[in-house]
Design a protein around this ligand. Structure first.
Ligand SMILES: [Zn+2]
Length: 81
């Protein structure tokens, strides 16, 4: 939960579907739930901020939101996805 990985998660707009599922499973019955919810909140706030920025810049299509999306942060650390 260090600031570097949190910004990585933000820039990628979260993990891919597979890793999000793994995170939920791993955090479900542990004290990692708080960390997971902090990341989720952080991500939601970032998404809202980014959406407002896009709205101001005049982009009307919703797909524009993900144009700057980076690949799943976990993918960076493991070769296989
Ligand atoms: Zn992933």
């Amino acid at each position: 939960m260090d600031p570097t990985s949190r910004s990585e998660i933000r820039e990628a707009f979260g993990y891919c579907r597979k890793h999000t599922q793994q995170l939920i499973e791993a955090a479900k019955n542990t004290n990692q739930r708080l960390s997971a919810s902090i990341v989720a909140e952080d991500l939601a706030n970032h998404f809202i901020k980014h959406s407002k920025k896009l709205l101001k810049s005049g982009i009307k299509s919703g797909t524009g939101i993900f144009k700057t999306r980076k690949s799943c942060p976990i993918y960076k650390y493991y070769d296989k996805h």
